[in-house]
Design a binder for this molecule. Structure first.
Ligand SMILES: CC(C)(COP(=O)(O)OP(=O)(O)OC[C@H]1O[C@@H](n2cnc3c(N)ncnc32)[C@H](O)[C@@H]1OP(=O)(O)O)[C@@H](O)C(=O)NCCC(=O)NCCS
Length: 192
């Protein structure tokens, strides 16, 4: 999958290197999602607390989950980024990654973890690795993230990462907030 993604990326954006889709942190390993992860995606979205503020519903069956994987492989990874599976000690605990759906768009950071993995700093740790890799790309001077305003855990992750409030807005899901972070602010926070 990695070589297929890299090939697409090179055709779309000649001259720019993709960020690695294989990252690691002291506790975690991040890698592209594959068809073998379909069962985990079903488990993750089956928890009403996990999907409470995100706008997705449960995945109806294995075909729906395989469709999500195909979407990641065809619509996200060709941009050299995308939601990545996060594993702790070889077991999947969530996903995290940057997503860009259109060339030139400010990439958006997302994260979703099993409820049993909350409260240990794993989302912030995974997102830190993703931002280190993302800001290493010439074409990613800024990233954005959105959260429902009733989802304080997600907003706290953005704040822990040093992201700053950008705007409040209301969409079909309700009141939401967008935070942003630029490369210089990120690099300064990493050397402090
Ligand atoms: C959003 C979500 C990823 C946040 O997970 P989280 O575990 O709270 O976030 P972090 O990884 O930053 O962990 C921070 C918590 O771990 C604690 N923690 C423990 N050890 C830590 C460490 N080494 N480093 C940092 N935090 C640590 C912190 O005190 C904090 O706990 P608190 O919120 O009770 O104060 C999770 O709630 C989730 O998956 N929600 C469902 C999907 C979702 O809403 N996604 C966002 C859509 S916009």
């Amino acid at each position: 999958m990695a070589s297929r993604s890299s090939g697409c990326y090179a055709r779309l954006f000649p001259g720019l290197l993709p960020m690695s889709l294989h990252l690691s942190t002291p506790r975690l390993r991040l890698r592209p999602v594959t068809h073998a992860d379909a069962g985990f995606l079903i488990e993750l979205n089956a928890d009403p607390e996990v999907i409470r503020w995100v706008g997705d519903g449960p995945l109806a069956d294995i075909d729906a989950a395989l469709g999500v994987v195909d979407y990641l492989v065809s619509r996200q990874y060709p941009f050299g980024m995308g939601r990545l599976l996060v594993e702790e000690e070889g077991a999947p605990v969530g996903w995290c990654g940057l997503r860009r759906l259109l060339a030139g768009e400010v990439p958006d950071l997302g994260y979703r973890f099993l409820r049993g993995a909350w409260g240990r700093g794993l989302a912030t740790e995974a997102a830190t690795a993703v931002l280190d890799a993302g800001f290493g790309r010439e074409d990613v001077p800024e990233v954005r993230a959105e959260a429902d305003r009733r989802n304080p855990r997600s907003i706290r992750v953005m704040e822990r990462l040093g992201m700053r409030w950008h705007r409040d807005f209301v969409d079909e899901l309700g009141p939401a907030v967008e935070y942003r972070l630029d490369r210089d602010t990120w690099l300064r926070s990493r050397v402090d």
